[in-house]
Design a binder for this molecule. Structure first.
Ligand code: NAD
Ligand code: TYD
Length: 336
């Protein structure tokens, strides 16, 4: 099969491409990525010359380029990761987020409509459902109630994708996953930001009182779920993917400090994120019962492994934090 991965130079996309190349000797992976601040070809350095891997530098909003890529590479399946993926950046300014996540998805769908795809997998998020109180979990039938510009743009894209199935019979599947962590995650997101700051003996900025809850999943468990959906997911369906690992942010930050033998005095409680969702938790029983997927990595084991990956790949994240990231960090955290 010829598989087009959009956003393959980012965190989850790069892990997915490596995962698929290792497992499927007959599949070809084409990575279409704009290389924004979050896209990094270093994430795929080890497979750059792989005979079944190809990189295409391009923007998913460029209709002619997207159409040509699908045609030229005789693409059978699209796995759509490309997005502006950070809530805080979407709060600072939403236009890029709306452009890529909504317009970009609609451009891909139009191109997909004219091609002979067997599946279009749209990679979405639990954030489309909004925020939970202390009880309950999101199921696929929970009404969409996105709260941040990022979440609203992803929910819009989900609806477009499902509308293209209903109206044009496009063979779509939507996956909605909880918070990922693992190797190659850009250090603007919570877990890598805490690890990198702890390694640098810098304060760990915890929003509010640190009692917001996220349901963490290791990125390779997410990749395995998408692989399962790619092979056996029902066309027209939505699948929730969760890690069954709800943790309070403060507990995660403390655990990171403990693992690195750093003092809790590095914790810095800062002004809360506007509109901060309180709690996310996924009910993944549909994908577990129907497709027999389950998360395998325990959070404690995965976190230790991830911390050690960042310790061993200091050159990777130092190049990032010493670049334009400095300006972002200043704008987001200075005087907060
Ligand atoms: P990321 O920010 O690490 O990577 C995004 C990639 O998309 C980058 O390589 C970037 O260059 C590329 N990109 C951005 N705009 C583009 C454009 N216009 N054209 C082509 N490429 C473009 O993101 P991630 O964390 O790997 O997330 C991937 C997907 O998974 C996103 O759709 C996100 O909404 C979804 N998701 C992420 C999480 C998570 O915890 N990170 C959880 C659930 C769902
Ligand atoms: P994040 O990784 O941005 O993911 P999302 O907001 O999409 O869930 O944040 C995870 C949680 O960590 C969220 O509750 C916000 C919180 N957070 C902090 O407390 N400090 C930080 O510096 C960041 C980036 C996030």
């Amino acid at each position: 099969m010829n598989i087009l991965v959009t956003g393959g130079a980012g965190f989850i996309g790069s892990n997915f491409i490596r995962y698929m190349l290792e497992r499927y000797p007959d599949d070809r992976m084409v990575n279409l990525d704009k290389l924004t601040y979050a896209g990094n070809l270093e994430n795929l350095k080890d497979v750059a010359a792989h005979p079944r891997y190809q990189f295409v530098h391009g923007d998913i909003c460029d209709a002619a380029m997207v159409q040509a890529s699908l045609k030229r590479n005789e693409i059978d399946i699209v796995v759509h990761f490309a997005a502006e993926s950070h809530v805080d950046r979407s709060i600072m300014g939403a236009s890029e987020c709306v452009r890529t996540n909504v317009l970009g998805t609609s451009v891909l769908l139009e191109a997909a409509k004219e091609s002979k795809l067997t599946k279009f997998i749209h990679v979405s998020t639990d954030e489309v459902y909004g925020s939970l109180g202390s009880e309950g979990r999101f199921s696929e039938s929970t009404p969409l109630h996105p709260n941040s510009p990022y979440a609203a743009s992803k929910a819009s894209a989900d609806l477009l994708v499902l509308a293209y199935h209903h109206t044009f019979g496009l063979p779509v599947v939507v996956t909605r996953c909880s918070n990922n962590y693992g190797p190659y995650q850009f250090p603007e997101k919570f877990i890598p930001l805490m690890i990198v700051n702890a390694l640098n003996d810098k304060p760990l900025p915890v929003y509010g009182d640190g009692s917001n809850v996220r349901d963490w999943i290791h990125v390779l468990d997410h990749c395995a779920a998408i692989d399962t959906v790619l092979h056996t997911g029902r066309i027209g369906s939505v699948y929730n993917i969760g890690g069954n690992s709800e943790r309070k942010n403060l507990d995660v930050a403390k655990r990171i400090l403990q693992s690195l033998a750093k003092p809790e005095s590095l914790l810095a409680f800062v002004k809360d994120r506007p509109g901060h969702d309180r709690r996310y938790a996924m009910d993944s029983s549909k994908i577990e019962d129907e497709l027999r997927w389950r998360p395998r990595m325990s959070f404690e084991e995965g976190l230790v492994e991830t911390i050690s990956w960042y310790q061993q790949h200091a050159d990777w994240w130092q190049r990032i934090v010493n670049g334009e990231y400095k300006d972002y960090y200043k704008a987001m955290y200075e005087g907060r």
